[in-house]
Design a protein around this ligand. Sequence first.
Ligand SMILES: [Zn+2]
Length: 244
Amino acid sequence: MYIMRLDDAAENWKKENWHRMHDLLSKYNIKPIIAIIPNNSDPFLLSFDKDKEYYPTIHKWLKEGWTPALHGYDHVQDSLSGGINPVNKRSEFAGKSYYEQYIKITEGYKTLSDHGIKTNIFVAPAHTFDKTTLQALRNSRRISIISDTVANDVYYYNGLFFVPQQSGEVREIFFKVTTFCYHPNTMSDEQFIKLEKFLKRHSKDFTDIKKVKFKKRNKNTLDKVLSALYFTRIKIRQLIKNNR
Ligand SMILES: [Zn+2]
């Protein structure tokens, strides 16, 4: 089954793209995870206008069944570590001290709470975090689920549930659980068209993260092999790029 995830909701966002995404997903009755940046300081995102209707819009969509997630604290990825899910070699969290990470998580959570948004899901900016992040998340006592790992199915590790997130765009993948992660702020017309084509055929294959059964199972051999293949492919790509 598929899960949809939308990253980088912030007061400064490309409003028209988010509304286009909302209308598209509503048409096919898909309820995504929306990864919300509590205190956005990302210079790229700050280049968009501040939306005065931002929080009312978020609340409207949450009422319709969208699920909020804590997307770090400020979205500034000033660490060059890839951590334990090295999709990128930059991070807001991986490589930083426990104290710094704990404060980001608890302050980020508090900001969302102050706006009436409660969540138990964490989405790391740039998909990157390390074991210290997991410790800080556990100790925050707020977060029990991480959306981001390469695996076939949901698993339990270090006191947290991990929901696989394997692709940045829709395609037919036959993992037990697949999350597609979109960034509406930077989506092109072609990406919206391709997404709708896929939804026309596959909308019934999507589920809502609220309906996922969280069983405390360990990562199995298949999950480990898939993860190794995925990250080996990234390393090979990087080697080829560096040798050009
Ligand atoms: Zn992000």
